[in-house]
Design a protein around this ligand. Structure first.
Ligand SMILES: *Cc1c(COP(=O)(O)O)cnc(C)c1O
Length: 366
C-alpha cells in the first residue's frame, strides 16, 4: 500500500522521548519551554504558547481575543471543521467566506464583500490551505482597514512564507497543529504565536487552569482549561523542528516531481501563489470528474488518496443550523467535487510517485 501520509520519525525522536520518560518529569518542564523557544525562532515571532492540539490553539486564540456570545467571525469555508467549530464553541457565529478554488484559500474579494455587509464582524479567521499562503498582503490590509484582528489558522503551514514573511507573523495570533498529518508532529499538539504580551499572558492563563504565569504565588485569575503539552510531546517536537528544513525540502522536491509528472495531463497540479513558499502539508490536485470513483479505483490498486478537505457549510451541523445549500459557496462546491490529495511523505520514492500518477491518469481516463 502506498500510504497517503506517514510521520517522519527517526531514532533521534525515539531517543528524545525515551529520555524524558526516564527523567521522571513528564509535564511542565524544560522541554516545553525549549519547544516554545524553537517555535519563536521558526516563525520569527516574539512569543509562543504550546498547547495540546491545533484545535485547542484556535479555541484559546478566540478566548484570548474575548470573542464570545453575540460576536461574528469571518472564516474560511473550506477547511477542517475545527476551524469553524471553535467559533461555535465560544458562542459566536461563523460567517463563512468562499475560497478561490484554484489555491483553496479565502478569496480576498469575497472577504471584502463580507466585511462590508457585516459591520458586526469582530475577527477574521483564515486558513493557509494545505500549507500554501495566498494574498496575505491584501488580506492583512483588509483587516487593518476594518480594524479587526486577523487570526491565522496556520495548522498546516509551519515554515510557509508569503513575500518572505513566515506564517505566524501576519496575524494578531496564529495557530499551529502538530497532528501526525502535518509535516512536523508531536503526536497531538499545537501552539499559538503572537505579538502582544498581554494577549499571550492571557493565553498562558487559559492553557493552565487560569493560573497567572507572572504572579509570584499561584493565582487563579480566570476559569482556565488544561490544554498543556506534555514533556514527551515537546521533546519529540524539538527534534522535529530541528529537522524541519530537511523534512520540508523533501516535501517540496516531491511536489515538484508530481508537478512535472502531471504536466500536460487532465489533472491539474495545485496552484501556488507566486509570492508564496508552499510547504505542501498536502499535495492537492484537481481532477476533471468522478473524484470519489477515482479514490476507490486507486485504493483497489494499493494507493491511498483522499478528498481535499471539508466543505464546512455543507457538513450536517452547519447545513442544518444555517440552512446552507449547494450553490451558496461555488468555490467550495468546486473544490469539494474535484480536489484530490495524493500521497506525500518522506518515505515515498520517485518510482512510487510515477506509479501514483500513472495509475491516477488511467483512473481519470477509465
Ligand atoms: C489539522 C487542522 C486543525 C486541527 O488541528 P488538531 O491539532 O488536529 O486539533 C485545524 N485547522 C486546520 C486547517 C487543520 O488542518
Amino acid at each position: 500500500m502506498i500510504r497517503l501520509a506517514a510521520p517522519d520519525i527517526t531514532e533521534a525522536e525515539v531517543d528524545a522521548v525515551a529520555k524524558v520518560l526516564r527523567s521522571g518529569f513528564l509535564v511542565q518542564g524544560e522541554n516545553v519551554a525549549r519547544f516554545e523557544q524553537a517555535l519563536i525562532r521558526a516563525t520569527e515571532t516574539p512569543e509562543a504558547v504550546a498547547v495540546n492540539s491545533g484545535t485547542s490553539a484556535l479555541l484559546l486564540a478566540l478566548m484570548a481575543l474575548e470573542i464570545g456570545p453575540g460576536d461574528q467571525v469571518a472564516v474560511t469555508a473550506y477547511s477542517w471543521p475545527a476551524t469553524a467549530n471553535v467559533i461555535e464553541l465560544v458562542g459566536a457565529r461563523p460567517i463563512f467566506v468562499d475560497i478561490d478554488p484554484l489555491t483553496y484559500n479565502i478569496d480576498p474579494e469575497k472577504l471584502r464583500a463580507t466585511l462590508v455587509q457585516n459591520a458586526a464582524i469582530k475577527a477574521v479567521l483564515l486558513v493557509h490551505a494545505f500549507g500554501g499562503m495566498s494574498n496575505l498582503d491584501e488580506l492583512a490590509r483588509l483587516c487593518d482597514q476594518f480594524k479587526i484582528p486577523l487570526i491565522e489558522d496556520a495548522a498546516c503551514a509551519l515554515g510557509a512564507k508569503y513575500d518572505g514573511r513566515p506564517a505566524g507573523q501576519w496575524g494578531t495570533l496564529a495557530c499551529f497543529s502538530f497532528h501526525p498529518r502535518k509535516a512536523i508532529t508531536t503526536g497531538e499538539g499545537g501552539a499559538v504565536v503572537g505579538q502582544s504580551p498581554q494577549i499571550m499572558r492571557k493565553l498562558r492563563q487559559l492553557r493552565n487552569h487560569g493560573i497567572d504565569p507572572i504572579a509570584a504565588r499561584p493565582d487563579f485569575v480566570v476559569p482556565g482549561h488544561n490544554f498543556r503539552l506534555t514533556e514527551m510531546q515537546a521533546a519529540l517536537g524539538l527534534v522535529q523542528l530541528g529537522r524541519m528544513p530537511e523534512i520540508l525540502k523533501i516535501r517540496q522536491i516531491q511536489a515538484a516531481r508530481y508537478n512535472a509528472l502531471l504536466a500536460g495531463t487532465m489533472v491539474h497540479p495545485p496552484k501556488v501563489d507566486p509570492r508564496a513558499q508552499h510547504v505542501f502539508q498536502s499535495y492537492v490536485v484537481s481532477v476533471p470528474a468522478r473524484r470519489d470513483e477515482i479514490i476507490a479505483t486507486l485504493k483497489d490498486r494499493g494507493i491511498e488518496t483522499t478528498i481535499g478537505t471539508q466543505h464546512i457549510p455543507l457538513t450536517t451541523y452547519y447545513r442544518r443550523k444555517y440552512d446552507f445549500r449547494l450553490g451558496d459557496f461555488p468555490g467550495c462546491d468546486h473544490a469539494a467535487a474535484h480536489a484530490l490529495t495524493l500521497p506525500l511523505h518522506s518515505s515515498l520514492t520517485p518510482d512510487q510517485q510515477k506509479m501514483v500518477v500513472h495509475t491516477l491518469i488511467g483512473a481519470v481516463n477509465g
